[in-house]
Design a protein around this ligand. Structure first.
Ligand SMILES: Nc1ncnc2c1ncn2[C@@H]1O[C@H](COP(=O)(O)OP(=O)(O)OP(=O)(O)O)[C@@H](O)[C@H]1O
Ligand SMILES: [Mg+2]
Length: 587
């Protein structure tokens, strides 16, 4: 766990932010600095203008001037004022754009790195996380960091420069009076201690937002069940509680934050009062001009919002660092399943799959496979049957290395799959998974997903093989019909046929079908089986089912029970064993 208030961790976070995300933009940064300096200089110049205007006016009154003199005075001040305000406004505009661009480029880079790392991460560890929480890191945490960066650049650097130059200008014009401002600096200590505490609060708020996103996503996905089971009130209550918690956590944070402003305000008021009292004394003593006192007051008015911005900036910074920690945690996630120096480039595999004494256990479960061994040859259709939970899908998960075996080995063409480049391995596999995966795009795009080279003829051919062509033509726009989220608008069997067509289109040497026809009527199923017969030449097909009828024609059938293969043979042989699981599954 990252300790939230450790200065060393902060130092690492900030230095990583600087070296990887800010420094690479040094040219923009240099220009931004230039315009921030210009902004600071023109702002500090106001104190000189004020003192000049007042002292000149004073001397004019003393000289019993003519109206003409007064006019020429006004005309000399006016262009100066216009020049200064115009320069100040323009530099403010440019520095703001440059700073925003630096911050946005930085967070876009973070988002891309997060995305890459999320896709690279192990399937198992990804599945253990809540997708809503991950999404909120891409959206909420990124916004927090981006705001913090923009405000740090615009406020911290620009404000510090303005503060330094204004203080210098004030000291130059009336140093005794200006020393009163030290009060401000002393006031910074209690504010720093407040913001340290806020860091933990900020992280709690962000975690809670992640939780809300993930719970909402989950609940909305399950709307069908929620409605048919009358769970609306329960879901409302459950989710509302999350909002309440967020409100409470956020309130805690803003209550801390709110303390900063009034403290600074009171201190500012005290400083102005001090200047007025001491200033009157100086004027009566004739140790200072009215102009210089007005200059110090102007300086204080310039400083006050800048110092306040610095105070609240600390809050934003603390929130930003908390979000940055969450973001870097995603970027730093290491994948266990990845290519090593031993990984071989094997572009085209024949597809001889061999499981040798494979043991496998999910991170948070018992052993799902306990010494499974079998072989599937090219040109063969191998079926795996068994009760629910016996480990069938687990076998499928191991072949494309969604998970790695704990002991034993899975090999293809005699190579342990751990020694085949993952990209090559997966390019040689087509999968129809038990959960149907369709995207919110056209039927044609859904079928060609993962099959970049497929043209329309190939797509139609695959759809015909999967007995999907006829129903696709009946859709409002045929192959161009856009499907709803996860195939909304299609029946279960139609969705399955699209998944099968997509897998067939891939034309890979290994075809894995996990309960691919469970929702398809027998007529359609036998049509698909007929196509598979033509398709399977030189291909290895593994079919999972708990219905022996769907795998009757398989060349080999393995019956799985509790993670062990307990029966092996062809349909005709297996069905004879009346006490066997295969026979029982039939009935
Ligand atoms: N991601 C997971 N994390 C932990 N345990 C899991 C996970 N997936 C499956 N299991 C467990 O592993 C065992 C085998 O599951 P598997 O999905 O392989 O069964 P199956 O034979 O495909 O069942 P079904 O016919 O219902 O699809 C089960 O006991 C299951 O609870
Ligand atoms: Mg399964």
């Amino acid at each position: 766990m990252v300790k939230l208030t450790s200065n060393k961790d902060d130092y690492h976070l900030i230095s990583r932010l600087w070296t990887n995300y800010i420094w690479p933009q040094k040219r923009t940064l240099l220009f931004a600095l230039l315009f921030m300096a210009l902004l600071a200089a023109t702002t500090a110049a106001y104190t000189f203008i004020v003192s000049f205007v007042i002292d000149e006016a004073n001397s004019l009154t003393k000289k019993n001037n003519t109206i003409k003199q007064a006019q020429s005075y006004a005309f000399s001040v006016l262009p100066l004022l216009i020049f200064i305000t115009a320069t100040s406004g323009l530099s403010n505009y440019i520095q703001r754009i440059l700073n925003n661009s630096i911050a946005l480029k930085a967070v876009t880079k973070m988002q891309k790195q997060m995305l890459k790392s999320t896709y690279n991460s192990d399937f198992g560890s990804f599945k253990q996380k809540k997708s809503g929480d991950i999404i909120s890191k891409f959206t909420n945490d990124i916004t927090v960091v981006s705001n913090a960066l923009i405000r740090t650049m615009s406020n911290l650097i620009a404000a510090l420069l303005t503060i330094a130059l204004t203080i210098a200008a004030m000291l130059y014009q009336n140093w005794q009076l200006s020393l009163i401002m030290t009060v401000f600096i002393i006031a910074y200590w209690p504010i720093l201690s407040i913001s340290k505490r806020m860091r933990g609060d900020a992280k709690n708020v962000q975690d809670q937002i992640g939780k809300i996103t993930s719970n909402l996503k989950e609940s909305f996905n399950n709307m069908r069940i929620v409605k048919t089971y009358n769970l609306e009130i329960l879901e409302n209550k459950r989710l509302s509680k999350n909002f309440d918690t967020r409100e409470r956590l956020q309130m805690k944070l803003v209550t801390e934050q709110a303390r900063v402003d009034p403290i600074l305000e009171v201190l500012g008021g005290l400083a102005i009062a001090g200047v007025v009292i001491f200033g009157v004394y100086q004027i009566s003593n004739e140790t200072a001009s009215a102009g210089s006192i007005a200059a110090v007051l102007t300086g204080l008015l310039i400083l006050s919002p800048k110092l306040r911005a610095l105070g609240t900036l600390n809050n934003v910074g603390q929130e930003g660092l908390a979000a940055l920690t969450r973001i870097f945690n995603v970027i730093d996630e290491e994948a266990n399943i990845q290519d090593t120096s031993r990984s071989q480039e094997l572009i085209k595999l024949n597809g001889e799959i061999s499981f040798d004494n494979v043991y496998f256990k999910y991170a948070d479960g018992d052993l799902a496979l306990k010494g499974v061994s079998f072989i599937a040859q090219p040109g063969e259709t191998v079926a795996i049957v068994g009760y629910s939970g016996s480990g069938k899908s687990t076998i499928m998960n191991l072949i494309p290395r969604l998970y790695d075996v704990q002991s034993g080995s899975v090999s293809i063409d005699g190579h342990d799959i751990k020694n085949i480049k993952i990209k090559n391995l997966r390019n040689n596999i087509a999968l129809v998974s038990q959960e149907i995966i369709l995207f919110n795009t056209s039927v044609a795009n859904n079928l060609s997903y993962g099959n970049d080279n497929a043209n329309m003829n190939d797509i139609i051919h695959a759809a015909k093989q999967a007995d999907a062509h006829k129903f696709i033509l009946k859709l409002p726009f045929g192959y161009e019909t856009v499907l709803g989220e996860n195939g909304h608008g299609l029946s279960g069997g139609q969705k399955q046929r699209l998944s099968i067509a997509r897998a067939l289109l891939r034309d890979a040497p290994i075809l894995l079908m996990d309960e691919a026809t469970s929702a398809i009527d027998s007529l359609s199923e036998s049509a698909i089986k007929k196509s598979l017969k033509d398709f399977k030449i030189n291909k290895t097909i593994i079919i999972i089912s708990h219905r022996p009828n769907s795998v009757k024609n398989a060349d080999k059938i393995y019956v799985l029970d509790g993670g062990n293969i307990v029966e092996t043979g062809k349909h005709k042989e297996l069905i004879k064993n009346r006490s066997g699981i295969y026979f029982k599954l039939q009935n």
